[in-house]
Design a protein around this ligand. Structure first.
Ligand code: ATP
Ligand code: MG
Length: 233
């Protein structure tokens, strides 16, 4: 059995002592190259699960990334293995020009500036966003910012991608293109989404959360649809 890229063992997150936990006894593993969709209604714990995986919220249980247990000492190293797309992409755009923002992922890892810029331009082009390269992120539309943030993550070829609603607000051709691109991407990934057709295109299996617990895990996206139909009645 290959070593899991991401492993949760009985993980729980409590934001408040007197409220139910946001994540409750969550255990699963993602193996190299696997693309897994994370479903769940609003408030079911998807973003909380991601925050726990990068050590941004306190948790109980054990989380390992690439075989390394997440903890205070390993935090920086574990985070360097993960590409995390925030739910609000503008929160992760820091530089005055798009291309510099994307290139920073590589510069931070020691790449020479011209090489980082070239790779940043290629990453933007692969997302149909090369025309944005010289623009300031604060002037961009939501979908354009999303593509910029995604380019900054994909350019680093991380071991694990955590993508929090990556297709939200993208136009249909951009969604298809992104799904194809994620399908070609060698990184293991967990993709939180409400978009089942996007998930079918981009992921091989799924996990579904309900009130912070895993209620469904497998390859059947139809079961997710069935549950959604039930919720909607
Ligand atoms: N910082 C916080 N403090 C207290 N409670 C929080 C905090 N962040 C999230 N929660 C609560 O934890 C639960 C899970 O929230 P979370 O954001 O993980 O849900 P989600 O599945 O990502 O939802 P959505 O689909 O709306 O993004 C919710 O009940 C939410 O109100
Ligand atoms: Mg969320």
């Amino acid at each position: 059995m290959t070593r899991a890229v991401l492993n949760f063992e009985h993980v729980a997150v409590r934001y408040h002592e007197n409220r139910p936990p946001a994540l409750n006894d969550v255990s699963f593993a993602i193996h190299p190259g696997e693309r897994v969709a994370l479903f769940g209604l609003n408030g079911s714990g998807k973003t909380t699960l991601f925050l726990a995986a990068v050590g941004l919220v306190p948790y109980e249980g054990i989380i390992t990334v690439g075989g390394q247990v997440l903890g205070k000492k390993s935090l920086a190293e574990v985070r360097s293995k993960i590409g995390f797309l925030f739910n609000v992409p503008e929160d992760q755009l820091l530089f005055p020009r798009v291309v510099d923002d994307v290139a920073f992922t590589l510069i931070r890892k020691g790449a020479p500036a011209p090489e980082a810029r070239q790779k940043a331009l290629e990453a933007l082009a692969s997302l149909g966003a090369d025309s944005l390269a010289e623009r300031p992120p604060h002037e961009l539309s939501h979908g354009e910012r999303l593509r910029t943030a995604l380019a900054g993550i994909l350019v680093g070829n991380p071991l694990l991608l955590l993508l929090d609603e990556p297709s939200a607000g993208l136009d249909p051709p951009a969604k298809k293109r992104l799904a194809r691109q994620l399908g070609d991407c060698p990184s293991a990934m967990l993709v939180a989404t409400h978009d089942i057709s996007f998930a079918r295109l981009s992921c091989q299996r799924c996990i579904m959360l309900e009130h912070g617990r895993i209620v469904l895990e497998g390859q059947s996206f139809d079961e997710v649809e069935t549950r959604w139909d039930l919720y909607g009645r």
